[in-house]
Design a protein around this ligand. Structure first.
Ligand code: URA
Length: 267
């Protein structure tokens, strides 16, 4: 009979952490901004001393909950005000219209060279990015660095951002509402960085930026025209490095896309 190994709680938790599970989500959504109801208080016995008034602290005010449409409008108005990438970063850091900010540790704005000819846009920060405050620093970031190196690029010759600058809890995909709220920021970021070539990393980035419904398998490797607001540039989508880590056989297609980017840079 095959012996089934026994796992202790630590092994199980380490396994979860290795596979990217680092947050517990329940079946039912929890509105953490809702006022917490005080538990019923048992009637005080005459012998009990009343608590001194000074021990009662006022509740921390909850951030205002804004409807997604209103939040996207506010983001559009705020993004327009930015005339430089530094101003945009400060605006994004001060924006409270996306609920993801409340659960994230850091705002992950960008990495690399804002003057670069190539700008890469991923989906959303993961656990490592949330800790460091920089995009693509975890395992998929290491693979991205190798992919860039293969065509003679590195973080000094590309600029990197994400559709959403805050980590979704448990690394889930951002909801369409969250992406829509943050979209004006990344669009302004592209306009201000003004790259020659835009590279969408993965399906959600391609669908959001290129305004398409097709999945990444169909979209990757094709050139699109992208209007930055300043001018028309070339855009291409390729597989997300996290997907390539799970499906290494697909790397040959990503390699073709990288060669296409290299060739476009030579022109
Ligand atoms: N995946 C992304 O899409 N972006 C990051 O920054 C990290 C992982």
């Amino acid at each position: 009979m095959t012996e089934i190994p026994t796992l202790n709680a630590r092994d199980v938790l380490e396994f979860y952490l290795d596979t990217g599970v680092d947050a517990l989500l329940g079946e039912e959504p929890v509105d953490r901004f809702a006022a917490v109801e005080a538990p019923p208080v048992a009637p005080r016995q005459p012998s009990e001393r009343p608590a001194p008034a000074a021990t009662v602290r006022p509740a921390t005010p909850a951030p205002a909950v804004v409807a997604p449409d209103e939040a996207a409008m506010a983001a559009r108005a705020a993004a327009k005000n930015a005339t430089t990438l530094d101003e945009l970063r400060a605006i994004v850091e001060g924006f409270d219209g996306c609920a993801l900010k409340a659960t994230a540790t850091r705002t992950v704005f960008a990495d690399g060279n804002p003057q670069a000819r190539v700008m890469l846009v991923g989906e959303a920060p993961g656990r490592d990015e949330d800790i460091e405050g920089l995009p693509f620093v975890g395992r998929s970031g290491k693979l991205l660095d190798q992919m860039l190196k293969a065509i003679g690029l590195d973080r000094s010759s590309v600029y990197i951002a994400n559709i959403v600058p805050w980590r979704p809890p448990g690394n889930r995909t951002p909801t369409p509402q969250e992406s829509a709220i943050c979209l004006p920021f990344v669009l302004r970021q592209i306009e201000l960085a003004d790259p020659d070539i835009l590279v969408c990393l993965g399906g959600p980035s391609a669908q959001t930026l290129l305004n398409i419904k097709d999945g990444i398998t169909k979209t990757r490797g094709r050139w699109f025209t992208f209007d930055t607001g300043k001018r028309e540039i070339r855009a291409i989508a390729t597989f997300h490095p996290a997907f390539l880590l799970r499906s290494p056989l697909q790397k040959r297609f990503a390699w073709r896309d990288l060669l296409a980017i290299r060739k476009a840079l030579e022109n």
